[in-house]
Design a protein around this ligand. Structure first.
Ligand SMILES: Nc1ncnc2c1ncn2[C@@H]1O[C@H](COP(=O)(O)OP(=O)(O)OP(=O)(O)O)[C@@H](O)[C@H]1O
Ligand SMILES: [Mg+2]
Length: 300
């Protein structure tokens, strides 16, 4: 079963598509990294899923039901743009007000539960305005977790966090999916961070989903390559180009793509009289893969 299934979703503002016939499939239990540049339509898509905006056309199904179904709406928690907290009220008071809004009966128990998840059980009495950015992001997540949602939608929760803040956020997200069985849709343009937690990816560009793939597929697709330096770089480049399909010069190294067998390259170059100064195996990370993907699309 899929937590989110979107087909042909469109939304335009003043005649311009913000979301353009978008398809999206988010499996239950996944951490889905929704990746795109500024203005690509991530927040708009999330607002449509949450029912904060009405679509021009298209279908949104959540857990197999239409997204307007009241039974399914209560299973969705979201943090889009900001948590909407009262700065002068404490963390506890903010969560309490949200519990009242949502009609949650065992509020104190529920507040304790969500504060534990976001590792803020010791900060309940702190005024919201006194919280650090990282804490504010976590309070936003705590707000979205009230009422035990089965699907959590988070708009750039790791934006602006320092290394420690990112690490805590990663741990929290993994907990939410693994301990509580919640599905998480998380948008970001900080790809290196998503790489450590996402189980699935969707790449959006100008309102269109240009690719969806699992982390495993991403891993397989993330190209392997051998990078090397020789005494005669130009000569080696010409020779390698004649033998291997994809050879490029990058950052002072020759890269031979789609191969991880250094021995055969060493052998080949030495037989042809080249002196190798340095050689190593590499793999393109998500960040680089994404940049390549974006520049490929730009060329078309
Ligand atoms: N309420 C609105 N009125 C008019 N245009 C809008 C509105 N909301 C979004 N847009 C436009 O729709 C496009 C997509 O915006 P959106 O905020 O969804 O992108 P995003 O991927 O979330 O970007 P960012 O990474 O900057 O948050 C942009 O061109 C934006 O200017
Ligand atoms: Mg946005």
């Amino acid at each position: 079963m899929n937590a989110i299934e979107i087909r042909g979703l469109s939304k335009s503002f003043r005649g311009m598509y913000a979301v353009d016939h978008l398809d999206m499939t988010v499996p239950v239990g996944s951490i889905y990294g929704f990746i795109g540049e500024n203005g690509s339509g991530k927040s708009t898509t999330e607002k449509l899923i949450c029912g904060h905006l009405a679509p021009d056309s298209g279908d949104i199904k959540l857990f197999g039901k239409d997204y307007t179904d009241p039974g399914v709406r209560v299973r969705v928690g979201a943090l889009i743009e900001n948590a909407g907290c009262f700065p002068g009220s404490s963390v506890y008071q903010n969560l309490k007000m949200q519990c009242i809004n949502l009609g949650i009966k065992n509020a104190d128990e529920e507040i304790k539960r969500v504060l534990e998840i976001v590792r803020m059980e010791d900060n309940a009495q702190l005024k919201f305005k006194k919280c650090s950015l990282g804490m504010k992001q976590r309070i936003g997540i705590a707000m979205a977790l009230l009422g035990e949602p089965a699907l959590l939608i988070l708009d750039e929760p790791i934006n602006g966090l320092d290394t420690d803040g990112m690490r805590i956020m990663r741990e929290i997200l993994v907990d939410i999916t693994q301990k509580y069985g919640c599905t998480v849709l998380i948008s970001s343009h900080i790809l290196g961070e998503l790489e450590k937690i996402a189980t699935h990816y969707g790449i959006i560009r100008r309102g269109r989903m240009i690719m969806e793939l699992s982390a495993e597929e991403m891993d397989n697709r993330a190209q392997v390559f051998v990078s090397l330096k020789t005494k005669d770089m130009n000569g080696a480049k010409a020779l390698l180009k004649a033998e291997y399909k994809n050879v490029k010069e990058e950052d002072g190294y020759l890269r031979v793509y789609d191969i991880d067998d250094t021995a055969s390259i060493v052998d080949f170059l030495m037989k042809n009289g080249h002196v190798i100064n340095e050689i190593k195996k590499n793999k393109i990370g998500l960040e680089e893969y994404y940049i390549e993907l974006m520049s490929e699309k730009e060329d078309k």
